[in-house]
Design a protein. Sequence first.
Length: 117
Amino acid sequence: MVKSYKDLNVWKKGIAIVDNVYVITDKFPRQEQYGLVAQMRRCAVSIPSNIAEGFVRHHSKEYKQFLYVSLGSCAELETQLIIGKKRKYVTSDAMGKLEEDLNHESKMLMNLIKCLH
């Protein structure tokens, strides 16, 4: 029995993604601080935050809606990561790792959504 959102692997993976995004964006140029950096960090933080908020709502319909927001944040973050790569702010290695993590997170979110019927 899961007692807290902190027990969920999908939430833990989301926290790891946040950490990774902060490390990657620390290396972005200063002029991106209020642009791409801020947007990427907001998206990353949104992933585990919406998992947590949905969990405490105690209604599966509401919970699913928050999980879909997290899923959308994964796609948004991946898009921003692609932009960062094209601007040469993100290395191929960092890109590959974060894309893999986002793909895994998205699959876990979809599986959790399916379980909430």
